[in-house]
Structures are given as structure tokens and as C-alpha cells.
Design a protein around this ligand. Structure first.
Ligand code: AMP
Ligand code: ZN
Length: 492
């Protein structure tokens, strides 16, 4: 008997706007596709949040005993600047600016992506395919869509005919838009435009002479449209219809809407049963994005080298902070929120580490099976990690009362408690038991704060020799002090 036979997962499906009971196409197996990063710059914390949400979902399904094939692609071609239909490829642009081969750019930022995800304790996906590795598959889909009459070729490019598709299908069903409204709200096409309608999107773009990322095709040298790679790779590895497709909320339109249109136009089938969208991480109330510069890199958080946070935070702590919000809610990152979260994180780790040494008694004061099912209920309810964490803290409260001999626990319940806490905290939330190093970092933080205070007092007394000595000696130990309007902070 597998756990998934006892636990019923309900998922908020973006396609229907409802929470639905999750039933996979094949019993015990799940096919899940998540849009991966465009590897033209370092992955920022916002990207990490989306991938972390799906890592947690992947982990939970695996815990329930499902055999999950998790495909997360790498976009290494075809994604144009500003997600536009015209313009430079994001990777080619970076290659031009840095005088690198496009594949050097791809390699550099794919490595960065993997390195950061490893720090955050992500599980690797089952398959991580690239867009450039699937050009042939993309060309085959274009041929199929052309054959079905939902695309047209013009001047070496091929466009998807949205107006024609919408006559027999519903373009806009995922994002809740109506084609008529979209048409009314867009500018008229200019004479230079090849498209028949502004809503049409590129399946294949003719490469101008200066476009370095190019491949031969039946329509001449060019490159695939951004939306096509995900249709090609998800179909290839998961089939024409599969269970789950995920990505950030900002990909719902046009990217995912176009994926649905491409699949339905080429094979007449709805590609995905459950669409999941993770919400955005904001910084100072604004969406975190590489393109606007309102972003923070994970490495800058781990080292403390940034102008936003007062101290460094460990990857597992940041992961805990993210898991305290539901994946469909917006989460704003701030120094205060991280500091508050760190207290909770350390408390949780301390409690888990003390379970083994709890005294064993004749009875248990709380119903451990009901509590354990409560943890499952939280996760079964659309992966509600904040409720799960509240449940874990219910257990922390009991653990602390048992430590004080105010409550007791039997030996059997102690084992079950330890196993359940470990399952949910480490296997499902993906946190790492870094309590001891966190205590070290807390101590270090206390010592550095003390020195910052002593340096401040020295400066107030005009004792600059002492204040400089504190700053320089800390720098010698790799601890940089930064004086700002809000006071002095430090980085490692
Ligand atoms: P990109 O590399 O820009 O294609 O984005 C990779 C993934 O990160 C996509 O699923 C985006 O939706 C997601 N993403 C981008 N910005 C944010 C953000 N601020 N918060 C959460 N997810 C984001
Ligand atoms: Zn995609």
C-alpha cells in the first residue's frame, strides 16, 4: 500500500480556477513539466522561489510514493528580449555584449543555476532538456500545425494563426482572456509586420544576417519561437497529454496560452490536465526581475554582500522563509521578515534535534496520529506549506513541554514524532538540519554586532585609532563593515 492511496491531494488548477482532486492519468505515476530558466544571466531569488515551489511539490509526490517524471527545461535559444515577438535573442545579446560565444553564455549561467539550486537543496529533475537540443522536434510540430492549417509561412517565418484557431478552439481559456478584447486593446499592425493579426505569434523566425543563433529549416535559416520549445519537450518526454504543467504566474500569458494552442492545433488534444502557477517574489513591494534591476542574487544573501539586508542568511533559512508563504501568494522579502523567520527556523531545528533525548513516559499527552494526519491534510490542500509549518510548531510546543517534564511521550510515539518531523521538514520542505551552524552564525552575528557598537562608541569619542582597528581587523577576517543611513551592517 502506497501513501498516495491513503492521501487525497487537491490542487488549484489555473485552467478551471478551481481546487480539484488530483487524479493522475496512470495510477501511481505522474508526468510534470516546469518551464525552466532562460540562461542569459545569474538566477535571481524570484526565479528560485518558483523553482523551489515545484521542488517542494515534486518532493511531496515522491514522498507519497508516486513515480514522478519531472521535466524542467533550459531555455538556451529563442527567448527574445522583453518576451517580444521581434528583437534580439536574450542569449545572443549577452554574447554580443560580453564578446562570448552564445554557448559560453549558456554554459556559464546553467552552471550558476545548478550551483545555486544545489545550495538550496533542490532535487534534480528527471530530465533537463534544452531548446537547442530539440530543434528537429520543434520543426516537426511546425510542419504539423501548417498541415492542419493553423499557421502560415511568410518571408521565411512561420506564424501561428490565432484568429483561425480561435474559431474552432478557445484561445485565452487559461488566462481568462477573450480574443476580441485582446484585438481591441492592441495597436494596428504596421506595414513592416509580417503577421496577419497582432495576436499571431512566431513558431519560426527568419534569421537576419546578424542573428548568430540560427538553424536550417524547410523555411530557410532561422530559429524557433520561444513558446514552441516547451510544447516540443513536454510532448516528447511526457506525451501529448500529461498531468501537471507549472511555471511562474507571469508565464500564464502568453507563454502557456500559446503552448496550449500549439498542442491543440498540432494533435487536437488538450496537453495538460492540471496547470499550476507559482506567485511572484517581490522586493520592496515590486516584482523581482533581472530586466528591471530590482533583484537580489541568492549569493548576495548568503554572503551578506548587498544593500538590503543587515546580515548574511543561510540557504536553508531562506528556503524556510519561502516555505512560510503559500506558493500561490505573493511574498515580499525584507530584512525584518528574514530576521523573524530565522528565529522560527532555529527553534524548529533545535526542537527536532532534541527529540531523540526526550524522556520516555507511560502516556502521550497529545494525539500524535491526529497531528500527523493534520500535516498531511495541510499538504493535501494544494500544498499548504504555511499551515504545515504551523502544525510542525504545534509539535515544537509539545516537545518543549516534554523537555520540561510538564508533558510526557511514550517510546513508540517518540519514534513516530521524530520520523514525521524529519519527513516533513527535511524530505518534503527540503530544509537541511543546519541548526548547529546556524547557532554559530547567531553567535558570530552577536559578536559582530557588539564590535559594531564598540566602534560606534569609539567614533563618538573621536577615538578613530580604535574604530579603524576594529574595522580593519574584521576586514582581515573577511568580515566587511558597511556604514549606511540606517547604521552599520556587515557581510562575509
Ligand atoms: P526566466 O528565466 O525569466 O524565464 O524565469 C524563470 C522562472 O522564474 C519563470 O517560471 C518565471 O515565471 C519565474 N520568475 C521570474 N521572476 C519571478 C519572481 N519575481 N518571483 C517568482 N518567480 C519569478
Ligand atoms: Zn515554457
Amino acid at each position: 500500500m502506497q501513501l498516495y492511496q491513503e492521501q487525497t491531494v487537491r490542487i488549484h488548477n489555473s485552467l478551471t480556477g478551481k481546487k480539484e482532486t488530483f487524479i493522475p492519468l496512470n495510477e501511481g505515476q505522474i508526468g510534470m513539466y516546469v518551464c525552466g530558466p532562460t540562461v542569459y544571466s545569474n538566477v535571481h531569488l524570484g526565479n528560485c522561489r518558483t523553482f523551489m515551489s515545484f521542488d517542494m511539490i515534486f518532493r511531496y509526490f515522491r514522498h507519497l510514493g508516486y513515480k514522478v517524471r519531472y521535466v524542467r527545461n533550459i531555455t538556451d535559444a529563442g527567448h527574445l528580449v522583453d518576451d517580444a515577438e521581434d528583437g534580439e535573442d536574450k542569449i545572443a545579446k549577452k554574447a554580443r555584449l560580453e564578446q562570448l560565444e552564445p554557448m559560453e553564455v549558456v554554459q556559464r549561467y546553467t552552471l550558476d543555476f545548478h550551483n545555486i539550486l544545489e545550495k538550496f537543496n533542490f532535487l534534480p529533475p528527471s530530465i533537463e532538456p534544452t531548446a537547442t537540443g530539440h530543434i528537429i522536434e520543434q520543426i516537426e510540430i511546425i510542419k504539423e500545425i501548417l498541415k492542419k492549417g493553423y499557421a502560415y509561412e511568410i518571408n521565411g517565418s512561420v506564424y501561428f494563426d490565432v484568429v483561425k484557431f480561435n474559431k474552432s478552439n478557445d484561445y485565452g481559456k487559461l488566462s481568462g482572456r477573450k480574443l476580441e478584447d485582446m484585438i481591441a486593446n492592441t495597436r494596428e499592425l504596421t506595414a513592416q509586420d509580417d503577421k496577419k493579426s497582432p495576436q499571431d505569434f512566431a513558431l519560426w523566425k527568419k534569421a537576419e544576417p546578424e542573428h548568430i543563433m540560427r538553424w536550417p529549416s524547410p523555411w530557410g535559416d532561422g530559429f524557433p519561437g520561444w513558446h514552441l520549445e516547451c510544447t516540443a519537450m513536454s510532448t516528447k518526454y511526457l506525451g501529448e497529454t500529461f498531468d501537471i504543467h507549472g511555471g511562474g504566474m507571469d508565464l500564464k500569458f502568453p507563454h502557456h496560452e500559446c503552448e496550449i494552442a500549439q498542442a491543440e492545433a498540432s494533435n487536437g488534444k488538450s496537453p495538460v490536465n492540471y496547470w499550476l502557477h507559482a506567485n511572484m517574489l517581490t522586493l520592496n513591494g515590486k516584482k523581482m526581475a533581472k530586466s528591471t534591476g530590482n533583484s537580489i542574487l541568492p549569493g548576495e544573501i548568503f554572503s551578506g554582500e548587498n544593500n538590503i539586508l543587515s546580515k548574511p542568511f543561510s540557504p536553508s533559512m531562506v528556503r524556510f522563509f519561502m516555505m512560510q508563504a503559500h506558493y500561490t501568494s505573493i511574498l515580499d522579502i525584507s530584512n525584518d521578515a528574514l530576521l523573524a523567520s530565522e528565529k522560527g527556523f532555529n527553534k524548529l531545528m533545535e526542537a527536532i534535534n532534541s527529540i531523540k533525548s526526550l524522556p520516555e513516559g507511560k502516556k502521550t499527552n497529545f494525539d500524535i496520529n491526529t497531528w500527523r494526519q493534520g500535516c498531511y491534510d495541510a499538504m493535501n490542500d494544494d500544498f499548504n506549506t504555511p499551515i504545515l509549518i504551523a502544525k510542525l510548531f504545534d509539535a515544537v510546543k509539545h516537545i518543549n513541554l516534554i523537555k520540561e517534564n510538564t508533558e510526557s511521550i511514550t517510546i513508540e510515539d517518540k519514534d513516530l514524532l521524530l520520523q514525521t518531523m524529519q519527513n516533513f521538514t527535511f524530505d518534503i520542505l527540503g530544509l537541511e538540519n543546519k541548526k548547529s551552524s546556524n547557532v554559530d552564525s547567531e553567535k558570530l552575528s552577536g559578536v559582530v554586532e557588539l564590535l559594531i557598537q564598540l566602534r560606534k562608541e569609539a567614533r563618538e569619542n573621536k577615538d578613530f585609532a580604535t574604530s579603524d582597528k576594529i574595522r580593519d581587523q574584521l576586514a582581515g577576517l573577511g568580515i566587511q563593515l558597511k556604514d549606511g543611513k540606517e547604521g552599520t551592517t556587515y557581510s562575509l
